[in-house]
Design a protein around this ligand. Structure first.
Ligand SMILES: [Ca+2]
Ligand SMILES: [Ca+2]
Ligand SMILES: [Ca+2]
Length: 191
């Protein structure tokens, strides 16, 4: 900028348009193998990836569905407006934002990191565990062999439910606004 004048809202909007990402994709995107949504990229619609890990540093306006080997990583600046559904081997790691639900099936786990935000429910099934260091606005549920742990920075606005093998582990400082429920062979452990 050569001038130091204060930008009007109109001018600022125009600049944002000029700076809009070059790689904006209109249709749903279907890929096989590892796939990365780069920072600044917007996928307008759903992203479907089979047989590879999908890493999101940009923005997906629809749902993200991953199947087969590989998992899903929503990076620090990654945004998913819809839900994330993962199956097959591999898990889900949320460091950025998911506006919908997170649903994991089969052998992997789910890790909501400290900066991670999920507006919907988080469900982890079958093998492995659900670890919450960040915020979940809906219900957190783990079924199958693993544990459900809410760490000291973790926040869950609705219920926390653990079933089957494994325990429900609640660290001091964890904030849970709903009910806490443990079923199956484990127990509620407070640390
Ligand atoms: Ca998978
Ligand atoms: Ca699992
Ligand atoms: Ca369990």
């Amino acid at each position: 900028m050569k001038t130091s004048r204060i930008l009007t809202i109109g001018t600022a909007s125009a600049l944002l348009l000029v700076a809009a990402p070059a790689a904006a994709m209109a249709a749903d995107v279907v890929r096989s193998g590892d796939y990365t949504v780069a920072a600044g990229t917007i996928i307008r619609g759903d992203l479907v990836v089979t047989g590879g890990t999908v890493t999101i540093h940009g923005h997906v306006t629809g749902n993200v569905r991953q199947s087969g080997s590989g998992g899903v990583v929503v990076g620090t600046r990654g945004e998913v407006d819809g839900s994330v559904v993962e199956s097959g081997s591999g898990g889900v790691r949320v460091i950025g934002e998911v506006d919908g639900h997170v649903s994991e099936h089969d052998s992997g786990g789910v890790y909501i990191e400290r900066s991670g935000e999920v507006d919907g429910n988080v469900t982890e099934r079958d093998g492995n565990s659900l670890h919450i260091h960040g915020s979940v606005d809906g219900t957190a549920r783990e079924t199958g062999t693993g544990n459900l742990a809410v760490f000291r920075t973790g926040e869950v606005d609705r219920d926390v439910i653990e079933r089957d093998g494994g325990s429900l582990i609640l660290y001091r400082g964890a904030e849970i606004e709903g009910a806490v429920s443990e079923g199956g062979s484990g127990s509620i452990v407070r640390r």
